[in-house]
Design a protein around this ligand. Structure first.
Ligand code: NAD
Length: 246
């Protein structure tokens, strides 16, 4: 869930999963997104793209039932969805409006909670869920603002959801990805500076790639990570371990 174009983190994840031999099904936010992404998705999947706007009441349950009827059981789910008004991904966090606060948390955090509620109907043999977060949830990153608060809530949700779904044999984890220039990221004011600062601070002295994140995702989703749940794995070239550089 959440491939908008070839720059999306979900595109890198899909590429890695395909290399591992996974059969994939995709959802898109709207008919318009579906139309734009269909050719790209055809590289990965023979199935139709299912439309799912996570803000529409009942849509997640409806889509999962449709997938269950048309395709059957699934083994994993990648939640690569976030949104906030770009006018509030700049300046002071205290200026966040109630409307954008609720919308950001709804799309970027609550959606995972609702998805997990309906997973047992479509992941009957157990499985694995993965979502994407960012370091701005842990330390202040300029302009990340309300999205940072959403990511904090998302990370805590991962732990509670992992606890809830453990009894169904479903694992829930997150990757805290280093910055990558994508459609969503371009809404963050001065994002190119964040990219530069993270690259300079990182022990590996580079930014992460879609492949770095995709391959870590394949690991966490696969049975190689069968004992790992409720965890946040940093895939950021080590940037988050550095407190200060001189
Ligand atoms: N790009 C980065 O630097 C970075 C770093 C860490 C984490 N992340 C996270 O990775 C995830 C994927 O983002 P991305 O950077 O690949 O950007 P992206 O713009 O390619 O993907 C965001 C996706 O969210 C979807 N979306 C937004 N509102 C939706 C709705 N109402 N219903 C359904 N889908 C909706 C969009 O259609 C899009 O496909 C996000 O959770 C983002 O916060 C990104």
């Amino acid at each position: 869930m959440g491939m908008a174009n070839k720059f999306s983190i979900a595109y890198g994840i899909a590429g890695s999963l395909k290399n591992q031999g996974a059969a994939l099904i995709f959802t898109a936010q709207s008919e318009r997104f579906k139309e734009k992404i269909s050719d790209t998705i055809a590289e990965f999947s023979k199935h139709d793209v299912f439309v799912c706007d996570v803000t529409n009441e009942g849509e997640i349950e409806r889509v999962f039932k449709e997938i269950n009827d048309r395709v059957g059981n699934i083994d994993f789910l990648v939640h690569s969805i976030a949104f906030s008004d770009k006018n509030e991904l700049r300046g002071q966090y205290s200026q966040t409006t109630r409307e954008n606060f609720l919308n950001t948390l709804n799309i970027s955090c609550y959606s995972l909670t609702e998805i997990c509620r309906f997973l047992p109907i479509i992941m009957k043999d157990g499985g694995s869920v993965l979502t994407l977060t960012y370091y701005g949830s842990e330390k202040v990153v300029p302009n990340y603002n309300v999205m940072a608060v959403a990511k904090s809530a998302l990370e805590t949700s991962v732990k509670y959801l992992a606890n809830d779904l453990g009894e169904y044999g479903i694992r829930v984890n997150a990757i805290s990805a280093g910055p990558i220039k994508t459609l969503a990221a371009s809404g963050i004011h001065e994002f190119s500076k964040i990219l530069e600062l993270e690259r300079d601070r990182a022990p590996l002295k580079r930014n992460v790639t879609q492949k770095d994140i995709g391959d870590a995702c394949s690991f966490l989703i696969s049975d190689m990570a069968s004992g790992i749940t409720g965890q946040i794995l940093h895939v950021d070239c080590g940037s988050s371990i550095v407190g200060m550089t001189i």
